[in-house]
Design a protein around this ligand. Structure first.
Ligand SMILES: Cc1cc2nc3c(=O)[nH]c(=O)nc-3n(C[C@H](O)[C@H](O)[C@H](O)COP(=O)(O)OP(=O)(O)OC[C@H]3O[C@@H](n4cnc5c(N)ncnc54)[C@H](O)[C@@H]3O)c2cc1C
Length: 581
C-alpha cells in the first residue's frame, strides 16, 4: 500500500516553511510553534491513513453515479457518503475555517496537501470536501457575524456542505452573461430566481449563488458589474423547502460520484455576502481558492497515476525483463516523476504566499505593532498578493495540463490492459479530463495570467526569483543550474515585450508565455528544495536542463512566427469550413 504522505509533502512541513515566523505573525508571540506543527503533522497523518483506506472501494465503485433525492436534492453514491462520514467523525472537514467557529485554522499549504491526499484516493470525494471548505471560507470572509455564527459551526461539524453556483447555459467562461436575478426584499433578504447548470455538489444545503441585482439588471447586463453573491440554503429555518431544486443530473465521462447538477431557483430566499453589486469580487476569492484546490486535485491524481504506472512497469515483463527497464518506458516514467514534483513545487510555493498574506493580515488585525513593522507587513502583503494573482492561474493551468498528459502516459505504460476496465489507470485519465475545464478552462487561465503579467506582476515575480537564484552560491551544481534559470528569466522578459506590440498575437500565444513563466518559477523552487534537501538534486537537474531549453525554444517560436499568424489560423479554418465569420 502506498504512503499518501509523500516525501515532497514532508519536505515542506519539516524544512521549507518558516513556521516560527508564520505562526508568530498569525497567532501571536505566545504560540507554541512545536506543538502547533506537531498537531498539523498529526492531521496530515490521519488524513493520509483515512484516504489510503478509501482508495480501493473508490476505484471498485468508480462508475457509481450520484442520484436525485425525493426532496429535490441530489446525493453522491453510498461509498462516498461513508468516506465523508468517516472524515467528519475524525473532525477532518472544513479544516481551514478558524477555531472561533469550530475549525482548525489549517494553513492553506496544509489544506492543499489534505485535498491532494483525498483526491489521490477519490477525486469525486475531493469535490465534496473541497467545495465545502471553499464555501465556508467565503462565508467567513464575507458573511456578517450573525451569518457566520449560524452556518460555520455546521460546516465544521460536517452537518452541511456547500457549492458554488456560477455557470448558466449562456454564461460559461463569460460570467458577464449571468441572468439569474437577485431581488432585494423589504426585510433586507434577497430573493433568487433563475437556473444554474453544471453545479458540483449542487444537491447540498448551502448554495453560494452569483446573481444579477434586479434594480440594475438591464444596465449591468453583459458585464460582471451589478452581481451579488448570495448564500441560499435549500431549506428555510423551519425546515420547509426554500425553492431550490435539482432538476437534472449530468451523465459524465468521469468523476461519476460527484453530483453535477442543474439547479433551479424559484423565489429562493437568501442573504447577501459582501457588498451589493460587488459579488464578483467575493466570488473571485472563492474561485481563486477553488482554482488552487483543483490544482491540488490534479496533483493527487498525478500521485496516484505515477504510483500505479511505476508499480506495474516493475512487475510486467516483456523481452525478458521488466518494461520499467526498457529505455522508452523508463524515460516516460522519469518524466512523470519530475512533472509531478514540478507541479508540487509551483503549487506549494503559491500556497506559501497565501499563508504569508493570511499571517500578515492576522498580525495587523491583532495590532500593537511598531509603525515600521506595520509598514513592512503591509508592503509584504501587497507584493505577495500581486504574486498570488499571477501564480494562481499558472498553478491551475500547469497542474491540470500535466495531470491530463501524465494520466494518459500512465495508460500507455499499461499497454492494452490500460484500455480495459481490468485496470484502474483509464479511470484516472477519464477523471483528469474535466480538470482543464472547470474553475476556468486552461485558455482562460492563460489569458488571466497574461493580463496579470501586463499589469506588472511578472516584474514583481521575476525580481524575487532572481534574488533567490543569486543567493544559490553554496554548491557548484546548484549555482550552475541557478545560472541557467537566471538566464531564462531574461528571455521571458524580452519575449513579453514582443507580445505587447500586438494584443491579438499575445492572446494567441498566451499558453506558451504562461509555460515559460511556469518553467522559471518552478525551476527556482526546485532549486530551493535542493538547498533544503540534497536528495532533490536529480529532480532539480532533470527539470532545469530540459525546461530551460524549452523556454528558449518557445521564445523563438513566439519571436519568429509573429507575422500574420492570426490571419494564417483564420485562413486554415476557412479551408476546412468556408463561410465562417
Ligand atoms: C463536471 C463539471 C463540474 C462543474 N462544476 C461547476 C460548479 O461547481 N460551479 C459552476 O458554476 N460551474 C461548474 N462547471 C462549469 C464549468 O466551470 C464551465 O463548464 C467552464 O467554466 C467552461 O464554460 P463552458 O462549458 O460554457 O465553455 P465555454 O465558455 O463555451 O468555452 C468553450 C471553449 O472556448 C474557450 N474559450 C471561451 N472563451 C474564451 C476566451 N475568451 N479565450 C480563449 N478561449 C476561450 C474555452 O477555453 C473552451 O475551450 C462544471 C462543469 C463540469 C463539466
Amino acid at each position: 500500500m502506498p504512503d499518501f504522505f509523500v516525501p515532497g509533502m514532508r519536505l515542506y512541513l519539516d524544512k521549507m516553511i518558516d513556521w516560527e515566523r508564520q505562526l508568530r505573525l498569525r497567532l501571536g508571540d505566545d504560540v507554541d510553534v512545536e506543538a502547533e506543527v506537531g498537531a498539523y503533522r498529526s492531521v496530515l497523518e490521519t488524513t493520509a491513513a483515512l484516504a489510503e483506506s478509501f482508495q480501493a472501494e473508490a476505484r471498485e465503485r468508480w462508475s457509481d453515479e450520484a442520484v436525485l433525492t425525493e426532496d429535490g436534492g441530489a446525493t453522491s453514491p453510498p461509498h462516498i457518503r461513508r468516506a465523508y462520514d468517516k472524515l467528519a467523525e475524525a473532525g477532518l472537514v472544513s479544516l481551514s475555517v478558524s477555531d472561533s467557529y469550530g475549525g482548525y485554522g489549517l494553513p492553506a499549504t496544509l489544506n492543499g496537501i489534505y485535498l491532494e491526499m483525498i483526491s489521490r484516493a477519490d477525486p469525486s470525494l475531493m469535490m465534496v470536501v473541497g467545495l465545502q471548505t471553499g464555501a465556508a471560507n467565503d462565508i467567513e470572509k464575507y458573511g456578517s457575524e450573525e451569518v457566520k455564527k449560524e452556518w460555520l459551526p455546521r460546516f465544521t461539524s460536517g452537518e452541511v456542505e456547500g457549492c458554488m453556483d456560477l455557470t448558466e447555459p449562456q454564461a460559461g467562461s463569460d460570467l458577464g452573461g449571468i441572468s439569474t436575478r437577485a431581488t432585494e426584499q423589504d426585510d433586507g433578504t434577497v430573493r433568487i430566481d433563475g437556473q444554474k447548470i453544471f453545479i458540483s455538489n449542487g444537491g447540498c444545503e448551502v448554495h453560494l449563488v452569483l446573481a444579477r441585482d434586479a434594480v440594475t439588471f438591464d444596465q449591468s447586463k453583459g458585464t460582471t458589474n451589478g452581481l451579488s453573491l448570495v448564500l441560499v440554503p435549500r431549506h428555510r429555518s423551519d425546515g420547509s423547502s426554500n425553492g431550490v431544486r435539482v432538476s437534472r443530473l449530468e451523465r459524465k465521462l468521469g468523476i461519476h460520484g460527484s453530483a453535477t447538477c442543474e439547479v433551479v431557483f424559484e423565489g429562493a430566499e437568501g442573504v447577501r455576502l459582501g457588498e451589493k453589486g460587488k459579488g464578483f469580487r467575493a466570488m473571485l476569492d472563492l474561485m481563486n481558492n477553488a482554482r488552487l484546490g483543483v490544482a491540488s486535485q490534479a496533483l493527487g491524481l498525478c500521485d496516484a497515476a505515477l504510483w500505479d504506472a511505476v508499480t506495474y512497469a516493475r512487475q510486467r515483463e516483456q523481452f525478458g525483463r521488466p518494461i520499467a527497464e526498457q529505455p522508452l518506458v523508463l524515460t516516460m516514467l522519469g518524466k512523470m516523476a519530475v512533472n509531478t514534483e514540478a507541479v508540487r513545487a509551483l503549487l506549494y510555493r503559491t500556497y506559501g504566499l497565501v499563508d504569508s498574506v493570511t499571517a500578515g493580515e492576522a498580525a495587523l488585525r491583532r495590532g500593537g505593532l511598531p509603525d515600521a513593522e506595520v509598514a513592512r507587513i503591509e508592503q509584504e502583503i501587497e507584493r505577495d498578493s500581486t504574486r498570488i494573482r499571477l501564480l494562481t492561474p499558472l498553478c491551475k493551468y500547469f497542474a491540470t495540463e500535466v495531470c491530463s498528459d501524465l494520466t494518459r502516459d500512465a495508460m500507455q505504460v499499461f499497454g492494452g490492459i490500460g484500455f480495459t476496465m481490468d485496470s484502474d489507470v483509464g479511470k484516472l485519465h477519464a477523471d483528469s479530463l474535466i480538470m482543464t475545464v472547470y474553475e476556468g478552462t486552461s485558455e482562460i487561465q492563460a489569458s488571466f495570467a497574461l493580463r496579470e503579467m501586463g499589469k506588472g506582476a511578472l516584474a514583481v515575480v521575476l525580481a524575487e526569483v532572481r534574488s533567490e537564484l543569486a543567493a544559490m552560491v553554496d554548491d557548484e551544481t546548484r549555482a550552475e543550474l541557478a545560472e541557467r534559470v537566471s538566464e531564462a528569466t531574461t528571455v521571458v522578459e524580452d519575449t513579453l515585450q514582443i507580445l505587447y506590440s500586438d494584443m491579438n498575437y499575445a492572446l494567441l500565444r498566451a499558453k506558451l508565455m504562461a509555460e515559460m513563466v511556469i518553467d522559471v518559477i518552478t525551476g527556482t523552487e526546485l532549486l530551493k528544495q535542493l538547498g533544503a534537501d540534497p536528495s532533490r538534486a536529480d529532480i532539480a537537474r532533470a527539470f532545469v536542463r530540459r525546461r530551460m531549453l524549452d523556454v528558449e525554444h518557445k521564445a523563438r517560436r513566439i519571436e519568429l512566427n509573429a507575422e500574420g499568424r492570426f490571419e494564417l489560423d483564420t485562413r486554415l479554418l476557412d479551408r476546412i469550413a468556408p463561410g465562417g465569420s
